[in-house]
Design a binder for this molecule. Structure first.
Ligand code: HEM
Length: 122
């Protein structure tokens, strides 16, 4: 039998794994007082749900992302380069905390970093 190669999503443990990553990601983001002002008054349940969809989709999972596009979601926030870098580090750390291996961490980070310019509205 010629098995299809696994997606990154399957490889890292699917839905449960992505949910755990996103929990650990926002725990770190919301513990950083440099970042909390961005999230004041946000619907964190919805944001969490959309982030789970987004990470699942970039990892090749069978999940539709139903949120706004990255430019629209972030444009009015006026995010600076340093805050973007720190949020990226928290995502990377959340992936590592959940046992995602280096190769898959790198692959997911490449996918996410491809959205840097839209997120910074450039
Ligand atoms: C590093 C890559 C990032 C990814 C993959 C990402 C992903 C997302 C996603 C999927 C949403 C949901 C959009 C929706 O619900 O329609 C969102 C919203 C949001 N993001 Fe990001 N984000 C990133 C970076 C950042 C940074 C650097 C900040 C702030 C420092 C930030 C702050 C927010 C806020 C406040 C919202 C809620 C916007 C709203 O509901 O009006 N994000 N992001």
């Amino acid at each position: 039998m010629n098995a299809m190669p696994q997606t990154i999503y399957q490889d890292i443990g699917g839905k449960d794994a992505v949910e755990a990553v996103v929990t650990d990601f926002y725990d770190q983001v919301l513990s950083d007082e440099q970042l909390t002002p961005y999230f004041d008054g946000m619907d964190m349940d919805e944001l969490r749900a959309h982030q789970i969809q987004f990470i699942s989709a970039v990892a090749g999972g069978p999940v539709n992302y139903t949120g706004d596009d990255m430019r629209k979601a972030h444009a009015y926030l006026d995010i600076d380069e340093e805050d973007f870098r720190v949020v990226g580090e928290y995502l990377k750390s959340a992936l590592q905390m959940n046992g995602v291996d280096d190769e898959n961490v790198e692959a997911i980070m490449v996918e996410v970093m491809a959205f840097k310019d839209p997120i910074l509205n450039r």
